[in-house]
Design a protein around this ligand. Sequence first.
Ligand SMILES: NC(=O)C1=CN([C@@H]2O[C@H](COP(=O)(O)OP(=O)(O)OC[C@H]3O[C@@H](n4cnc5c(N)ncnc54)[C@H](OP(=O)(O)O)[C@@H]3O)[C@@H](O)[C@H]2O)[C@H](O)CC1
Ligand SMILES: [K+]
Length: 584
Amino acid sequence: MQLPMQITAQCSRSSLPIALYNSKQVYAIEQAWFAQGYDSFGLMQQAAWQMAQRIILLYQQVKTQAKSKAKHHNHKVSQPSACVWVGQGNNGGDGWLIAHYLQQAGWQVQVITVGIENDNQTNDSQNSKSAISDALKAQRMALDMSCPHQRFEDMHQYQNKNARLDIALQADVYIDALFGIGLDRAPANSYKQAIVSFNSAAQQIGALVVAVDIPSGLVASTGQVFEGLAIQADITLCLIARKFGLHTKDGMGFSGKVIDIPLIPFASIEPAAILLKDGQHLTPRCQNSYKGSYGHVLVVGGNRIDGSQGMGGAAILTSSSAMATGAGKITVACHQAFHGALLSSLPDAMTIDLHEQESVEHLIKSASVVAIGMGLGRDEKAKILFTRYLKAAIAHNKTLIIDADGLYHLAALQRDKNELITQLREYSKTHNVCLTPHSGEAAKLLDKKISAIENDRSSAIHQCANIYGGNWVLKGAGSLILAQGQLYVCGAGNAGMATAGMGDILSGVVAGLLAQQDLNDEQNNLCQAVVIHALAGDMLVRQSSYDATTYDRISGNQLLIGQRGLQAQDMPAAIRHIMQKLTC
Ligand SMILES: NC(=O)C1=CN([C@@H]2O[C@H](COP(=O)(O)OP(=O)(O)OC[C@H]3O[C@@H](n4cnc5c(N)ncnc54)[C@H](OP(=O)(O)O)[C@@H]3O)[C@@H](O)[C@H]2O)[C@H](O)CC1
Ligand SMILES: [K+]
């Protein structure tokens, strides 16, 4: 459903970082609260009451917008209606109470239960389980007020998966209270079918979909969705603390707009991660400065393996974005075959033959930042170059960015138990080393399957840092950044950026930013680089508060760029724009 502006505005980007928590931490926050003598059912009532009030308000906003769009107003005041789907846990308990409070507020409600026995059996079998006793209390409270309900398992739709929607499921608002933070595996049995039916029914009737705490099917601690199956929410009312899983991997695709319902104060629990949504302000340049004031980036990549077309584009993209970020000087050590192409697309760059090993080593000595690996190649010759240049960068105390084929060689060195990995790990304790894999590269670095990385990205990035040292970006939806031991999630970026060359652009932004020593530590770090890159991508598809008009490079005509067809080569102009906006 298209949400009205009032709703999107109240959820819009705030520049303050937001702390993110996993399920274990949220349970610990709850337990600490109960240990102070507060009642758990009391908390559930607070949660449900606040959510019911919020749902009433949100529905009014949606309705007001729909009315203002309609040509002929229908002045008939109808009772709003909600269809609340509840599971057997405490998330379901929240759902029962929301239904109860909405009913008390004059709404027409209907509860669909999933995985819950009929009333008598529920009482008998669930009385003994203390973990769900709040849910049972909530259910009783709603049933005592004759809240209409039916079992999903008894519905015609469940028995005949292809049957059309039962008209009884018509409602203005669909509320998802099937699973909360307790989901840790693929939804089983009737839950699976219930999620499918919920989504198709809500979409068919155009209901506003509100998820309680987290869309059911999404794992709060990882952002994982099993078999692509989760509630597709318009709005998620996030209880107590913001969940990590709402912002990485599948989280953003299923959660819609996230609204916090904080409920209880807490301070002493370290968050799992920090959500970054905006860049840090950049200090304007000093008038009396020259190119040497802003660093010298050496890009080592863009090789041509015998018999292939080569990978010159990677080095060109990295150097273009390093330049757009504001590095004072760029030299590209790439295969000679690409020097012409590089100079015609980036005349500001200097070039050197990648295979002139002594000359490249000499340049490493004078550069301020070395970015290595983009299109470097994976053959034996490339491995020799990588090892030699990495050693030189370490010997000359350089800030290092390692990406793409460089990561491939690191993985191979680790497999061979090469001493260079230990050296790198030690070096990264005192120098800035940034490594920027996507899931496939992380899988190689950890010698695991890609699915194992994807199922728990937070643990994968920590493992990478443990083995290789350094600061890391695990690229993907909601990119993770691990810098100085703190985990961050990038809250900007979009699916249009899932195209070839975007990683090369990111490496260039990191290199270009870290080279600028006039900026302070808050301004030129890995997090800032990832956010600038993401904001530039958002700006191009008009998804950010940094929107700008984009023009065709050749004709100068105004362009409307969307996610589909966004290219890495569009990024440098947008990066320049973001750099300028952050400096204002
Ligand atoms: N007073 C409070 O404690 C408050 C709780 N709040 C809400 O509670 C949920 C967390 O509740 P919890 O009961 O811990 O978890 P869930 O409701 O998410 O669901 C757990 C039940 O679901 C079963 N389960 C888990 N995964 C599956 C699956 N894939 N298929 C089928 N069934 C599954 C699980 O069964 P087990 O077999 O694992 O025991 C549980 O029965 C939180 O999200 C809030 O909404 C509020 O914060 C207010 C205060
Ligand atoms: K839910």
